[in-house]
Unconditional design. Structure first.
Length: 187
């Protein structure tokens, strides 16, 4: 019985790790080009800084509330699913044409991160008791870091090999459109 519980725990950790990996491909990839994309759409440096700062502020402040409500409702899986669902905002950036809409979607993605992070960490911590906390979080973090590297590398390679040279609106939109693939894998 204990061996079966250990296998189940490792399976959950691996699944959450893969979800985290593809989620990081999406949002870290987007974060690597969000500023230049806003600039292409006409936003100035102050707006880019404000949007990034507001997104980070909300992304950390809302974690207190989402963690509290995830615990109170025991809805950790629901909060994780909703938070990862908010990654939909990234491929939707391919359909935008104004910096205001891009700014809204960037901030909304950060809010999604705030909703999913405490829930995801709680899920991993609950199953980690069966395999060891260090092992569980180390494995999950390794997937996380891999995804955080792949996302920006993807955009770099895309702009190097796939863009028309001027890195205009259409090029950014094509790059964001590719994020539908990891989004489907996350969900």
């Amino acid at each position: 019985m204990a061996k079966d519980q250990r296998k189940a725990a490792i399976r959950i950790i691996l699944i959450m790790g893969l979800v985290s990996l593809f989620g990081d491909v999406i949002y870290q990839g987007a974060r690597s080009v969000n500023g230049p994309y806003l600039k292409v759409l006409g936003a100035n440096a102050a707006i880019v800084g404000f949007v990034a700062g507001l997104g980070e502020l909300l992304g950390y402040a809302i974690r207190l509330l989402s963690g509290y409500f995830a615990d109170k409702t025991k809805g950790h899986w629901l909060f994780a699913f909703i938070g990862y669902g908010a990654l939909l905002t990234v491929p939707l950036l391919a359909l935008t044409g104004t910096w205001q809409m891009v700014a809204f979607l960037i901030v909304l993605e950060r809010v999604g991160k705030a909703v999913r992070s405490p829930a995801k960490d709680t899920i991993v911590s609950q199953v980690s008791k069966r395999v060891g906390t260090g092992f569980a979080f180390g494995l999950q973090k390794a997937f996380d870091q891999l995804g955080g590297t792949i996302g920006p590398v993807f955009f770099s390679l895309f702009f190097y090999f796939g863009a028309r040279g001027n890195k205009g609106l259409a090029d950014y939109q094509k790059g964001y459109a590719f994020m539908w693939i990891p989004f489907v894998l996350v969900m």
